[in-house]
Design a binder for this molecule. Structure first.
Ligand SMILES: Cc1cc2nc3c(=O)[nH]c(=O)nc-3n(C[C@H](O)[C@H](O)[C@H](O)COP(=O)(O)O)c2cc1C
Length: 202
């Protein structure tokens, strides 16, 4: 079955081995982000996802902040290992996308739809995940590798101050991206397909 969308979904993988030389201009990445923000769904069309794109020195600064934030929490040996990973897998890329959720929107949605108030936190992260997945896949479709990282909440305060981020925006995930230098290993399927789905026919 030929399906370009499913091919793109399959091509999206976690890429750690990144280089800063990407095949498309910055403006193209900005356009992808804009299109996704306008089209990816959200509960009650609340549009709670916020995105910050860090390129150039901004990208390097983020990963310096991550290293500095980790240092006091790790042994020297652990830190050397983490710093090496951060440098070769994240900072070595072209840029980083930060995903936030706007807490003002989430709280307003809870007040506006009281019947769904207890679902709104889940809905918000589900919508954020859809944005993350869509961007990850769209980047892969352009030949760009990325991974999904979660150094929040460790870095939240420094990120907010450094980039003067609205305090109502809560950091959800970081997506470093760049040119993939190696192909990912074949994806391990831990659970057989038959145990993961049920098809009812007729
Ligand atoms: C919700 C979610 C959270 C993840 N968090 C991390 C993370 O913090 N660090 C990381 O290196 N990978 C993270 N990953 C990547 C997964 O480890 C990866 O997607 C999984 O091993 C499957 O590999 P693939 O992405 O190549 O298909 C996350 C993935 C998802 C969907």
């Amino acid at each position: 079955m030929a399906n370009l969308f499913l091919d793109a979904v399959a091509a999206r993988r976690t890429c750690y081995d990144l280089d800063g030389d990407i095949p498309i201009p910055e403006s193209h990445i900005e356009q992808i982000i804009d299109r996704l923000l306008l089209t990816v769904p959200s509960a009650f069309n609340g549009q709670s996802t916020r995105i910050v794109l860090l390129l150039g020195t901004h990208h390097y600064t983020l990963w310096r902040i991550v290293k500095e934030s980790l240092k006091p929490l790790l042994t020297e040996e652990q830190f050397v290992k983490s710093a090496r990973k951060i440098e070769s897998s994240f900072a070595s890329g072209f840029g980083t996308v930060l995903f936030f959720e706007d807490r003002r929107v989430v709280e307003a949605q809870k007040a506006r739809y009281p019947l769904y108030a207890d679902k709104m936190e889940d809905f918000t992260s589900q919508s954020s995940a859809m944005h993350q997945f869509a961007l990850w896949t769209a980047l892969a479709d352009e030949g760009i590798g990325a991974s999904l990282q979660h150094y929040n909440p460790l870095i939240d305060d420094r990120v907010q101050v450094h980039w003067n981020i609205d305090p109502a925006w809560r950091l959800v995930a970081q997506m470093p991206f760049g040119m993939p230098l190696s192909a990912p290993d074949e994806k391990v399927q831990h659970t057989p397909l038959a145990a993961r789905r049920i098809f009812f026919r007729e």
